[in-house]
Design a protein around this ligand. Structure first.
Ligand code: PLP
Length: 430
């Protein structure tokens, strides 16, 4: 079989990105990982799964009045394509986000990742179609777009999380080039990889720009529950009055990643046959991709929502405190090791999992391997989150699933790597 005869995306290094990073982590298990954007997992208790499952069963029989046979079918059988916990997700959105969403406009997906695929598949209609995305961009989005043959045009993030002047300029240029911009992908809360959040005025201005430009915003929000001291800002979806936002949610970081449950709220009306929701079109695609999201996984997530009065924010209060502590420890640890005004700098996110560090040397895949082998510390080269160029001298640090000791050890090792690379650069012939 010839690679050249397979889908061209498979020859794109972009699609190797996640596997490469996982593979480095597997090959160097004794490294401290400042790379993994995983939720903390030492509180996971298998006994809780049974509790969540029986909570959902009780809901089906007591609240919905299902008899035993129907309860069994709901859990055991193929199910409704758009999902079986859409009502509960709608209640969660009301409690945590102040969003009133019609449950019929929600598609429960296999992680947020499937939601991104469904959206991109639906939006990509013609060869001239393009997506825009705030850069640097989560590789799961750019990789999915690549698989859909949908080019992604970068929009500068700037310090506010999206540079609106750049957005307007990119749209103008794209249209002048005969392209058809279909959406802007944005992670407004503690973005992966930058950790940056959009402030409130920027959120309003972005919605206004989207309305004027008739551009759909894909709001992806896996980290919104993990705020810093400054508290939470309203999602774009909750501020949206013009059906401008398709909202992608994930229970991977807030409930459990292994369940693989996410969702998309897509209540845009689709003119043409039926005048239904955009979600119905996404459901058609889903029926040909994963058929339905595992009812057992949905049941676990539903049980968790029921057990916590539909609030993942409240359910995650204790872990969110740990993430805040880790972020403070990481920032303080960087300050102690890299003096202000020096050649190593970083941003100061107000929450979430990620920090971006800028260093005076190339921080590429080769250096990551060296770092893992010689210094036993892992991080993520920022170049993975850019298209062809960008981020060459930056690395993403994640502090989510580390102990305070790991943070100190990891930063010591990182500082040793930086010192080594500095002295190599000083010795290199000019
Ligand atoms: C920004 C962003 N979107 C989506 C995802 C994928 O979420 P899920 O695990 O629900 O597929 C991730 C996972 O790390 C992410 O960082």
């Amino acid at each position: 079989m010839e690679l050249a005869e397979l889908n061209a995306a498979l020859d794109d290094p972009l699609l190797e990105s996640m596997n490469f990073l996982n593979e480095v982590a597997i090959r160097f298990p004794d490294s401290v990982s400042l790379a993994a954007g995983r939720p903390v997992d030492d509180h996971f208790d298998p006994a809780e799964l049974e509790g969540y499952l029986s909570r959902f069963r009780r809901y089906l029989s007591a609240d919905l009045g299902y008899d035993q046979r129907r309860v069994a079918q709901t859990l055991f059988q193929y199910g409704r394509t758009k999902g079986i916990i859409h009502d509960l997700i709608a209640r969660h959105l009301r409690v945590d986000e102040g969003v009133r969403a019609d449950p019929e406009a929600i598609v429960v997906t296999v992680g947020a990742q499937e939601a991104l695929h469904l959206l991109l598949r639906a939006l990509r209609a013609e060869p001239r179609d393009v997506a825009l995305a705030v850069a640097p961009t989560y590789v799961g989005f750019t990789g999915a777009a690549r698989l859909m043959d949908l080019p992604v045009l970068p929009v500068a993030s700037g310090t506010s999380g999206v540079d609106l002047a750049d957005l307007r300029a990119r749209l103008l240029q794209a249209r002048a080039d005969g392209l058809r911009p279909r959406c802007l992908y944005v992670v407004p809360d503690f973005a992966n990889p930058t950790g940056i959040s959009l402030d409130l005025p920027t959120r309003y201005r972005l919605l206004e720009a989207a309305r004027e430009e008739r551009l759909l915003l894909i709001e992806d929000n896996p980290y919104g529950a993990f705020t810093g001291q400054d508290g939470r800002l309203p999602t774009l979806r909750s501020l949206d009055t013009g059906a401008q936002v398709a909202y992608v949610g994930s229970f991977a970081k807030t409930v459990l990643p292994g369940a693989r449950v996410g969702y998309v709220v897509a209540d845009q009306r689709v003119r043409g046959r039926g005048h239904g929701y955009f979600a119905d079109e996404l459901g058609k695609i889903k029926s040909m991709v994963t058929v339905n999201t595992s009812p057992l996984s949905q049941a676990i997530v539903a049980g968790h929502l029921l057990a916590h009065d539909f609030s993942v924010i409240r359910a995650n209060a204790a872990v969110a405190t740990r993430y805040r502590r880790n972020m403070s420890l990481m920032l303080a640890g960087l300050e102690r090791r890299f003096p202000a005004g020096g050649d190593v700098t970083w941003n100061v996110p107000s929450g979430g999992f990620f920090i971006v560090l800028s260093v005076p040397f190339r921080a590429d895949d080769g250096l990551l391997e060296h770092s893992a082998r010689e210094h036993k510390v892992l991080w993520t080269p920022m170049s993975h989150f850019y298209g062809r160029t960008g981020g060459e001298t930056q690395l993403r640090l994640s502090c989510s699933s580390l102990t305070p000791e790991d943070i100190e050890t990891g930063l010591d090792r990182l500082a040793a790597l930086v010192a080594e690379q500095r002295s190599r650069a000083a010795q290199a012939p000019r």
